[in-house]
Design a protein around this ligand. Structure first.
Ligand SMILES: Cc1cc2nc3c(=O)[nH]c(=O)nc-3n(C[C@H](O)[C@H](O)[C@H](O)COP(=O)(O)O)c2cc1C
Length: 174
């Protein structure tokens, strides 16, 4: 699939078939995250693949009761190590958010190529998710996504409304 078609037809999918994801497909999607770039190549991430039904249910609850999450056969929880390393930018110790988000974007786009749906979940209770999945103190949850085959035939539609290019770009000055 052409790269531009991948990014144009990636949609947030909020209903899933229970069909399992073949192991080799899941591996390719995770591999896309693994090879992502990161500051000083530190790779401060950890991806938890959640398949257990009870854990998925508890995760959905910890994500503001977004129950469609547990419909998917797999839920991916992207975590980042709170590395104490300030590159000099204003983000300081929070720079891992950028690194993990890049890797998570790789994963989400690779899922699209495989015909798998995702939905970036940012509404979650970090402490609750950490408790459910035994995530250590020095690690935080950055993003979560259900991963599975979409229920709806039209899941990979064209994008919804977006700002015009003229509104979000400028040349030489802000
Ligand atoms: C950082 C972030 C957090 C988001 N959190 C949620 C969420 O908690 N629940 C949800 O259903 N969608 C969530 N979304 C999905 C957005 O609503 C969605 O990407 C946006 O409306 C554009 O639609 P599209 O992804 O289908 O193009 C989130 C997306 C991002 C990037």
């Amino acid at each position: 699939m052409d790269f531009y078609e991948v990014i144009r037809t990636r949609r947030s999918v909020r209903s899933y078939k229970p069909d399992p994801i073949p192991k080799d497909v899941l591996r390719r999607v995770l591999e896309a995250a693994r090879i992502a770039p990161s500051g000083s190549n530190r790779q401060p991430w950890r991806f938890i693949i959640v398949e257990d039904e009870d854990l998925k249910r508890r995760l959905a609850e910890a994500c503001s009761n977004q129950y469609f999450i547990e419909e998917a056969p797999v839920v991916i929880v992207a975590c980042g190590y709170n590395i104490r390393y300030n590159r000099g930018g204003y983000m300081g110790d929070m720079s891992m958010l950028v690194d993990v988000s890049i890797a998570f974007t790789h994963l989400i786009l690779a899922a699209r190529v495989e015909g798998l749906g995702t939905c970036w979940i940012g509404s979650f209770d970090n402490e609750e998710v950490k408790k459910i999945l035994n995530i250590p103190k020095d690690v935080n949850v950055v993003a979560i996504t259900p991963l599975g085959y979409p229920k709806r035939e039209d899941a990979f539609a064209e994008p919804g409304p977006r700002k015009a290019l003229e509104e979000i770009t400028s040349t030489d000055r802000f």
